[in-house]
Design a protein around this ligand. Structure first.
Ligand code: KE4
Length: 444
């Protein structure tokens, strides 16, 4: 039977929120952290280790957003911390080339061979923004296709019907993006091949690229339908447009080589460009974009496409990324099957509890990323994701938080687990969910 727990004290977090709001809009440096979609004050984290977060009031939380993806090895993994400490002792940043950049690039290319050449930046946004510029320069074309509910960071051209926080706040795009910018971005429904074919018929020889999340995470987790990725590869190759896989979230998560490795047999060819972020920085700010050498060699100083960054290839971030990827590569044969088993146990366990509590729930999952949609119907695009009962999700999120389990604070985000989640964490999560689903059902 569900039992109610004493509410957790969030007094210090509340005071910290008030202080932060004196300096930072909404008290945050990124909107989804403000908990606006789920209500209540966000706990302020002071430390984390393994699968757990600890807030300013001494509460402990089982973490299912993992810094929005990077922390696949768990927080404060000793070998990653030691690598950062060693690098820091030699200086934080030089603005000059260092050996570590090629070391990390070599590790990435060993797992993602389509990235013949690449460049490091400091965020996923920079990676996708740069990839779009490169695609336009290489093809000499202006139009870009993206998909409703996919989020590729906050570069102007990509803030059109985006996912993540844009979907969470229900805003069409963003103020401050001139229509002259947005007009060259075509936003189409995800998993709809006919819509893509129609767009290419309407704009023959004018589309520079398609950019997509090959497994979407920013409308909640949505899988590509069978044949979808292959159709995009076929259509772009035929028209001379580039195919850009935004694997900022899926890279090294859904498989060591990302979604392009997971679906290799289906796509019928590699993407022309790939963007990465999150995991490749091991928790420090790193993004990367890369692909066919003939495209990448258009970048300055070799070619006419300008792209730069003060902290690009930062030594500490490179060290964290190298330590993380070396661990993933060395242990890939056991680590990814473990992530799959743990993720299945949690996702399927909660689906069974929801059924028992008569709470309509649809679970979409690929490896260690998943989403529980509060809707009885299949979720294959943003339109179907948007039919979810976001109020029920908010009640479930708050109730899980009260039980010490921290889910991403939006129906339109993916949940993540990592190597530090084990059987004890599965049991703890299912115990919490039994209480939380009762809470979600109470108001249904
Ligand atoms: P960043 O600029 O936030 O490093 O990366 C942008 C980005 C690009 N592409 C994909 C597929 C992404 O998921 C992201 C960022 N993801 C969000 C979470 N859905 C970051 C969290 C936030 O915005 O606070």
């Amino acid at each position: 039977m569900p039992t109610t727990r004493p509410m957790r004290s969030l007094e210090q977090s509340r005071l910290l929120q008030l202080r932060a709001e004196q300096f930072l809009p909404g008290g945050v440096d990124s909107p989804v952290r403000a908990f606006r979609a789920v209500g209540g004050d966000p706990p302020f984290i002071v430390r984390a280790e393994g699968a757990y977060l600890h807030d300013a009031d001494g509460n402990r939380y089982l973490d299912y957003f993992g810094s929005w993806g990077p922390m696949i090895l768990g927080h404060a993994a000793p070998h990653v911390v030691e690598a950062i400490q060693r690098a820091a002792a030699n200086g934080a940043s030089f603005g000059a080339s260092t050996p570590a950049e090629a070391d990390l690039a070599e590790l990435i290319r060993s797992a993602v061979p389509s990235m013949e050449k690449m460049r490091f930046v400091s965020s996923g946004t920079e990676a996708t923004m740069s990839a779009i510029r490169l695609a336009r320069a290489f093809t000499g074309r202006k139009f870009v296709i993206k998909f409703e509910g996919c989020y590729h960071g906050h570069a102007d051209a990509l803030l059109v019907k985006a996912g993540s926080g844009v979907a969470t706040f229900g805003i069409p795009g963003s103020a401050g993006v001139p229509e002259e910018t947005a007009m060259h971005t075509l936003a189409l429904p995800y998993n709809d091949v006919a819509a893509v074919e129609a767009a290419f018929e309407a704009h023959p020889g004018q589309i520079a690229c398609i950019i997509l999340e090959p497994v979407a995470g920013n409308m909640g987790t949505v899988l590509p339908q069978p044949g979808y990725l292959a159709a995009l590869r076929r259509i772009t190759a035929y028209d001379g447009a580039l195919l850009v896989f935004d694997e900022v979230m899926t890279g090294f998560r859904v498989a060591l080589g990302g979604a392009q490795a997971l679906y290799k047999g289906e796509i019928g060819g590699a993407p022309d460009l790939t963007t990465l972020g999150k995991i490749i920085g091991g928790g420090l700010p790193v993004g990367a974009f890369g692909g066919r050498a003939e495209i990448m060699n258009m970048l300055a100083p070799l070619g006419p496409v300008y792209q730069a960054g003060t902290l690009s290839g930062n030594p500490l971030a490179m060290a964290a990324g190298i330590a993380t990827l070396r661990h993933l590569i060395d242990r890939q044969s056991t680590l990814y099957p473990q992530l799959e088993a743990t993720s299945a146990a949690i996702a399927d366990g909660i689906a069974a509890l929801a059924c028992k509590a008569d709470v309509p729930l649809t679970t979409n999952r690929v490896g260690a990323m998943f989403t529980w949609f509060f809707t009885p119907q299949e979720v294959t695009d943003f339109a179907s994701a948007a039919k979810s009962d976001t109020a029920a999700f908010a009640r479930f999120h708050r109730a899980m938080l009260d039980e010490g389990v921290w889910l991403p604070p939006s129906q339109f985000e993916a949940a993540f687990l990592g190597a530090a989640h084990g059987e004890a964490e599965v049991a703890e999560t299912l115990r919490a969910a039994e209480q939380a689903l009762a809470a979600a059902a109470r108001h249904a």
